[in-house]
Design a protein around this ligand. Structure first.
Ligand code: AHR
Length: 500
């Protein structure tokens, strides 16, 4: 079986915004405590309590922008509780995950951690129990250089220079009944617009993200985006999208084709925000921030949690073990985000460590990579420059959810600086498929490498005992002539083919 693809230098979708390779750290389960922060761990960095092994894997993952501190957690969080001398920090209730928050890891720790990890912070403000005043105060604390009481407080707390946080989220999933302080679309749009206005009056260089729907099944989906944006347009830059893809909700072929749902999701939200643009006769476009996406075995998840005092340490929540199949889907979701590079400017895989995450920790052993780590890391490293629109012709597979869908999906990127092309390809079928590719307009390019994430056992996982069980493997180069690619995509696989 074969699929053909043609890539031309002139079929350009848009430049890749590096923030598309974002991730997310929430105070949830063992994401922070026991994840990024664990003073008792052998790899802990002196005087910080940060796990050195997690820092190292974060750099290797290539994540660029980290959303923090939630998630649902943010909607009852007071940032002031997490600054100042440790011994003065209160123990507070976290209403989202029904646990005690020690506040040992707070704002300064997060900023220090982002510096060491080489990532940019993406801060979310609490619009659940708090409002525009507290949101503007947080921007002042973070970004005003000196001369105000809050700026001086930051300096007294050890940060002489401003943190310079550029990207700000206006609450989290405010359409959801589970969210502390959730509201109607209009009411949220008004408060979010007021918060963004005040925050930008403090620092006009920041950008803000309005909450879109929590997922595509919300009853207010699409009208929420339009109504909230209608009230806030002037002061916001992005609308957020959240969606998790559950391996157990539909048949396996439908799960492997999850990217079809993501494509549709992105198209829907573009339609909703452009509708408001038209109605308000605006020039400026609103772009998309897909700031929670991943595979998640959500049907195994039960809420609400019983109250936990954390006396036995942080409890594990949604620490899914991801399989090869999950990694193929995660890789194809990232390809879909790239394909929409003209409108999707920010995306965060949720989350970074332990909580439905590419990086896992377990006690004193070293952190390890889940299978989903690999397509993310390879894409972040190799997708450079522009995204190109490939002309693809592929056989189809049948799915219960979407009907027939192409068995193969391909996204191409082109880096003008070194002239190379990266082809990202997914094979959703149970058969090997040979990809015949032609590249025009680039000079004489030849295939230089082919890595695939695939396995005879598509349910294989990585464990602390066997952390390298699932990893990308080099496949032989079978493309003879320059300008052509003839590589076989293994069954149920995610692939990276490079041409230079
Ligand atoms: O990522 C886990 C949770 O999923 C987040 O707290 C919330 O925003 C979403 O519903």
């Amino acid at each position: 079986t074969t699929a053909t693809v043609r890539v031309d230098k002139n079929f350009r979708i848009g430049a890749i915004d590096r923030r598309i390779f974002g991730s997310f750290i929430e105070h949830m389960g063992r994401g922070v405590y026991g994840g990024v922060y664990d003073p008792g761990h052998p790899s802990a960095v002196a005087d910080t309590g940060f796990r050195g092994d997690v820092l190292e894997l974060t750099r290797e993952l290539g994540a660029t922008t980290i959303r923090y501190p939630g998630g649902n957690f943010v909607s009852s969080h007071r940032w002031e509780d997490g600054v100042g001398p440790l011994e003065n920090r209160p123990r507070t209730v976290d209403l989202a995950w029904r646990t005690v928050e020690t506040n040992a890891f707070g704002l300064h720790e997060f900023m220090d951690w982002t510096d060491r990890a080489g990532v940019d912070p993406y801060m979310v403000v609490n619009l659940g129990t708090r409002g525009p005043g507290e949101a503007a105060a947080l921007v002042e604390y973070c970004n005003v250089a000196k001369g105000t009481t809050l700026a001086e407080l930051r300096q007294k707390n050890g940060a002489a220079d401003p943190f310079g946080v550029r990207l700000w989220g206006l609450g989290n999933e405010m359409d959801g009944s589970w969210q502390v302080g959730h509201r109607s679309a209009r009411s949220y749009g008004e408060v979010a617009g007021q918060a963004a206005q005040a925050m930008k009056l403090v620092d006009s260089s920041i950008e803000t993200v309005l909450c879109g729907s929590s997922n595509m099944t919300m009853s207010t989906y699409a009208s929420w985006e339009a109504e909230a944006l209608d009230a806030a347009y002037e002061h916001v830059d992005y609308v957020s999208l959240h969606q998790y893809y559950d391996p157990e909700k539909y048949d396996e072929q439908s799960f492997l084709a999850s990217a079809c749902a993501m494509d549709r999701h992105i198209e829907d939200v573009i339609a909703a925000v452009d509708f408001v643009r038209a109605r308000q006769r605006r020039q400026r476009r609103i772009h998309l921030a897909y700031d929670e996406w991943n595979v998640w075995y959500q049907s195994r998840f039960r809420e609400p949690y019983e109250w936990s005092s954390m006396s036995d340490g942080p409890r594990a929540i949604i620490e899914d073990d991801f399989t090869v199949r999950d990694a193929v889907v995660a890789g194809s979701l990232l390809m879909t985000l790239l394909r929409h590079a003209d409108r999707v400017r920010i995306a965060c895989q949720a989350q970074l460590v332990n909580v439905i995450a590419p990086i896992r920790t377990f006690g004193a052993t070293s952190a390890w990579k889940q299978p989903i780590f690999h397509p993310f890391a390879l894409t972040a490293r190799h997708a450079r420059g522009d995204v190109l629109r490939p002309e693809l012709s592929a056989p189809t597979i049948d799915t219960d959810r979407f009907g027939p869908v192409p068995a193969v999906d391909v996204v191409a990127t082109h880096d003008e600086t070194d002239g190379g092309i990266a082809l990202f390809a997914v094979n959703r079928s149970r058969q090997p498929i040979t990809l015949h590719g032609t590249a025009t307009g680039f000079g004489r390019l030849a295939v230089t490498g082919h890595q695939a994430l695939a396995d005879d056992d598509t349910s294989a996982v990585n464990t602390p005992e066997n952390p390298l069980r699932v990893r990308p493997r080099d496949l032989p180069i079978t493309s003879a002539e320059a300008g052509n690619c003839r590589q076989t995509l293994p069954p149920v696989s995610w692939n990276l083919i490079t041409l230079a």
